[in-house]
Design a protein around this ligand. Structure first.
Ligand SMILES: CC(C)(COP(=O)(O)OP(=O)(O)OC[C@H]1O[C@@H](n2cnc3c(N)ncnc32)[C@H](O)[C@@H]1OP(=O)(O)O)[C@@H](O)C(=O)NCCC(=O)NCCS
Length: 229
């Protein structure tokens, strides 16, 4: 069973994707009617259900989690959180308040999802390809973990400053024992800062899925000048 990757700092919920609208807010149900496919509606509402369960476990009241123009969830009350779903599973992670958490990203990737190996040069750098594509398997597990970790990185940082990170803006250079380590080449807080930044996230493989997660706090950034915080 997939577990809370940051047990002491976050609330987490994972559920099977289903048609149930129980636990979703009426405005979310109305919003989901704009999606063209029933599968997308299911995934959207299942993600929202997970978010409400996680929020409720932290004591937050029920409110609608609408969408920003960039498709990220519109969290009220300075909530930091993230949602992810495959066609089978949905999950949400929400930061406990007052712990200095600034960003949270989570990504679920179904191991049964067929990903065209043709995308590999677009998502993995040469160094990553050397590391994660050692044999004949066109898309081995570690390459999938690196792909998923990059999406979690994007979702952790993008909502903060709306600085777009491309797949080549981060490299996953370590995957072992439930940890991934990334070198982020484009500073997601300050575009003028050229030093690469290091981040360490979590990896789980359960329920035929990869779950990657990244939690970001203030402390490691305090030496960066001119970024306004
Ligand atoms: C945004 C993106 C990461 C979503 O990944 P995905 O695997 O397609 O989908 P997931 O199920 O993991 O996540 C979808 C959820 O993420 C959230 N989300 C969407 N856009 C988001 C954004 N810009 N920022 C943060 N969260 C976002 C939403 O809650 C969405 O679900 P919903 O539409 O039902 O509310 C992906 O579509 C994308 O644009 N990737 C390109 C950028 C990137 O990954 N760069 C790598 C940098 S190292």
């Amino acid at each position: 069973m997939l577990e809370n990757p940051y047990l002491d700092q976050c609330a987490f919920r994972v559920e099977k994707v289903s048609d149930s609208t129980k636990g979703a807010h009426p405005l979310e149900i109305r919003l989901s009617a704009n999606f063209s496919s029933p599968a997308r509606i299911r995934e959207f509402l299942s993600g929202r259900r997970c978010a409400h369960a996680a929020l409720s476990s932290l004591g937050y009241p029920m409110f609608a989690i609408l969408r920003q123009k960039d498709r990220s969830p519109a969290w009220p009350f300075n909530i930091i959180g993230d949602i992810s779903h495959s066609s089978e599973l949905a999950c949400a992670i929400i930061a406990r308040p007052h712990l200095g958490i600034r960003g949270l990203g989570v990504d679920l990737l179904s191991l049964s999802r067929k990903i065209n190996p043709g995308v590999i040069p677009k998502i993995l750098s040469e160094q990553e390809r050397d590391l994660w594509l050692p044999g004949k398997d066109p898309f081995p597990l570690n390459a999938k973990i690196a792909f998923s970790a990059k999406e979690a990185i994007f979702k952790c940082f993008y909502p903060l400053n709306k600085i777009y990170l491309d797949f080549m803006d981060a490299e996953i250079l370590f995957i072992k024992d439930g940890i991934f380590k990334a070198k982020i080449l484009k500073n997601p807080f300050n575009q003028n800062e050229s030093r690469p930044l290091e981040a360490q996230g979590k990896v789980q493989i359960e329920q035929d899925h990869i779950l990657t997660a990244l939690l970001w706090k203030d402390e490691p950034w305090t030496d960066i000048k001119g970024d306004g915080f």
